[in-house]
Design a binder for this molecule. Structure first.
Ligand code: SAM
Length: 243
């Protein structure tokens, strides 16, 4: 039996490089990740849902090793090109484990609740003993699209790519909207994330600020550390200081 089609994967299979996911956005994520999570330079990272591989390329010099995976073959192919020549980066072979970080940025909204629960369990399986899953750039139920547009407007003006962001976002609006009508983006509640984390033997805490330029979105850090829950909603970097 063939698996049912995933409209969002179909969408991402056809997004050309440079159309969305602009470089300043990846730079912002990497800066915030390094500041908030303070990884060690020997840490091993899996970037799951890596897109074009821009975050992995920027992060690689700060980490021991970085592996990338994306269910969209188009993204894996482009990421492989962008990571060619980066000595400590490669596509994840899906057997390697013991990661210090599994990074999942701006992917949750394209999954279903059942998929997120399954994937959190799978990511937990490949974490090292002190590893963390960093789920960023998702939004809670009731989140307003206007908040995202406002964040994009402010950030793209500040970083000097407003015209390109506007043009490309408008160009993608029809296809993105049509996909969203087929499968509305998923907005998990914190209760759901807590439940999925617990089922996988992890606990979740929440950064005071999202790791990307989308200020209204959230970042959760899932780990085996029992006292992670003590840091719920605490200001970063305390949330990530308990290794
Ligand atoms: C908004 S992009 C984010 C890409 C990258 N993480 C970044 O921040 O630049 C969403 C990515 O999630 C990937 N994706 C969607 N559904 C997925 C799934 N079920 N498993 C793995 N990746 C998925 C898409 O192919 C796409 O590359």
């Amino acid at each position: 039996m063939t698996a049912p089609a995933d409209p969002w994967l179909d969408y991402w299979e056809t997004v050309p490089e440079g159309r969305l996911l602009f470089a300043p956005e990846s730079e912002e994520y990497v800066l915030n990740f390094l500041r908030e999570c303070q990884p060690k330079s020997t840490d091993r990272v899996l970037d799951y849902g890596c897109g074009f591989g821009t975050i992995a390329r920027l992060l690689a010099p700060h980490m021991g090793a970085i592996r990338v995976w994306d269910d969209a073959a188009n993204m894996r192919r482009i990421a492989a090109g962008n990571l060619a020549g980066v000595p400590n980066a490669a596509e994840w072979d899906r057997r390697e484990n013991g990661f210090d970080y599994v990074l999942v940025n701006s992917v949750v909204q394209y999954l279903t609740a059942a998929e997120l629960e399954t994937k959190i369990a799978e990511w937990a399986e490949v974490l090292g003993p002190n590893g963390r899953i960093v789920l960023s750039d998702w939004s809670e139920p009731g989140h307003s699209t206007w908040s995202d547009l406002w964040s994009l407007f402010r950030f793209s003006v500040r970083r000097g790519y407003f015209v390109r962001a506007l043009r490309n976002t408008l160009a993608e609006r029809g296809r993105y909207g049509a996909t969203a009508r087929r499968r509305p983006p998923y907005h998990p509640s914190k209760d759901e994330i807590d439940r999925f984390a617990t089922a996988a033997g992890l606990s979740a805490c929440y950064l005071a600020r999202n790791l990307t330029h989308f200020r209204g979105r959230r970042t959760a850090v899932l780990s085996r550390t029992a006292h992670a829950s003590a840091y719920r909603e605490s200001p970063a970097p305390a949330v990530c200081a308990h290794r």
